[in-house]
Design a protein around this ligand. Structure first.
Ligand code: AMP
Ligand code: MG
Length: 438
């Protein structure tokens, strides 16, 4: 392993967010190479298009046909032989000899001086290569139209056979996280089902003596376990199979048992809590027995402590299958930020996605933001627009790592890079939106 998570460098100094991401990505790549998590052909399923949304395509989808299958009109208008545009006459007059509809082609041939009324999507008739849109023409008597010679060029407003996709060429590449448009595209090729990667099995658990499940009474000092619910929501967005392992007490035997049980069933285990300085020693001891896990101090806010590594295959499980482990910090906002920053991309990568990073945009900060260089910060904010239509962001109140309301009210993160210092009102900052459109 190139980047052992237990490397002493990673333990003593704060780790740059980018270094942590790189180490995670390398470990995931190694697991994929070893085909020990989800890389082998047994991990491919065939699903119908209506079940394929948010799944990851397991092999290139080759187009069985040319799209479009034949030349057709891109506009409602009149089709004709564009050779007649090669003239010094300013006006062209053509006689309408018929009509072609989408799905109802015109069978005859169009001669010089003639044209065909044609609808969008209708096949181009023999002898025609150009379409003049309806709105550029004047109707004349005796079924004739007139238009200006300089209004278009030969070949315009015609879609060529195969211009969208050619038969035998990839229409969608392996690793695509399938979106609505991909399902439409597959359907347009007459393909009813797709080969996709099976859904990753992801186990989640919360650790902490103070945690109570919903429905239990809160005694002094106890709190409700919220992390499993935000994690479930985050994982559902990725269409994964979730194994809920509940709440585990801060007690070595219980933790060990829970980790082993999760490792037996899951490709990935995500725990929250129990990795902060006060508690890590205790968890570390268990991890030494169960796998190769590093305890990181990451130069970020929120979300400084995090454990990451692999759990060895446990008895009763296919010995070739290791479990990827993320020990996220317990603070409710830190859980979501570390998931967004580290776990999401790793899950997508592990499942073979070729695009793992959500898009970033930029917006103008409405107010100053205090920021120390030397760590990456994820502030919660609301994206809006100023009076000139430019994107703006405004932080959502108090930004403490435990204040989940700051997340709930926000619609984006403002991401302030490692080297970045204070932000002045009016500065442009990087923004990651919580929800994508498609
Ligand atoms: P820890 O990382 O275990 O030190 O926890 C940090 C903070 O997060 C403490 O205030 C915990 O009570 C809180 N916390 C830990 N786990 C959860 C959870 N599952 N739900 C809500 N808060 C939690
Ligand atoms: Mg704790």
């Amino acid at each position: 392993m190139k980047h052992s998570p237990n490397s002493p460098i990673l333990l003593t100094s704060s780790l740059h967010v980018d270094e942590a991401r790189k180490a995670i990505s390398e470990m995931v790549e190694e697991l994929i190479q070893e085909a020990k998590v989800i890389g082998d052909p047994n991990d491919i399923e065939v699903v119908s298009l209506d079940q394929a949304i948010d799944r990851i395509l397991a092999e290139d989808l080759l187009s069985p046909i040319d799209v479009p299958a034949a030349d057709n009109s891109a506009m409602d208008g009149f089709a004709f032989d564009g050779a007649c545009l090669d003239t010094s006459k300013p006006e062209i007059i053509l006689r309408i000899v018929g009509t072609a509809y989408a799905g109802k082609p015109f069978e005859g041939k169009i001669q010089q001086g003639e044209c065909l009324k044609i609808m969008t999507g209708a096949l181009m008739p023999v002898g025609c290569d150009t379409v003049i849109p309806q709105e550029f023409t004047n109707a004349k008597e005796d079924l004739q139209i007139a238009f200006q010679q300089n209004q278009l060029k030969r070949g315009e407003n015609r879609r060529l056979r195969g211009e969208d996709l050619q038969q035998g060429k990839p229409a969608i590449a392996t690793g695509r996280l399938l979106r609505p448009s991909d399902l439409g595209l597959a359907a347009s090729l007459g393909i009813a089902s797709l080969k996709v990667k099976r859904r990753l099995k992801v186990a989640i658990l919360s650790s902490g003596d103070e945690l109570r499940s919903l429905g239990q009474a809160l005694d002094t000092g106890s709190i409700y376990d919220s992390n499993r619910y935000s994690l479930t929501g985050l994982l559902n967005r990725l269409n994964l199979e979730i194994i809920d392992c509940g709440i585990v007490r801060d007690e070595p035997a219980s933790l060990k048992e829970a980790f082993c049980a999760a490792a037996k069933r899951a490709d990935v285990l995500i725990s929250s809590g129990g990795v902060s300085v006060g508690e890590a020693d205790f968890t570390k001891q268990i991890m030494q027995e169960l796998g190769d896990v590093g305890f990181w101090k990451i130069a970020m806010r929120p979300g400084r402590p995090m454990a990451f590594g692999i759990l060895k295959p446990v008895a009763g499980k296919n010995p070739a299958r290791k479990t990827l482990f993320f020990g996220l910090p317990g603070n409710p906002v830190a859980v979501m930020v570390t998931f967004y920053q580290f776990v999401r991309a790793a899950l997508l990568q592990l499942n073979g996605a070729n695009q793992t990073e959500p898009p970033l945009m930029q917006a103008i900060s409405e107010a100053p933001i205090r920021k120390k260089p030397g760590r990456t910060e994820f502030q919660r904010a609301i994206l809006g627009r100023d009076s000139n239509g430019k994107p703006t962001v405004k932080l959502t109140g108090s930004q403490g790592a435990g204040i989940l309301r700051s997340m709930s009210e926000a619609n984006c993160f403002v991401i302030l890079g490692h080297e970045q210092g204070n932000i002045a009102a009016g500065d442009w900052v990087d923004v990651a939106l919580f929800d994508g459109l498609l």
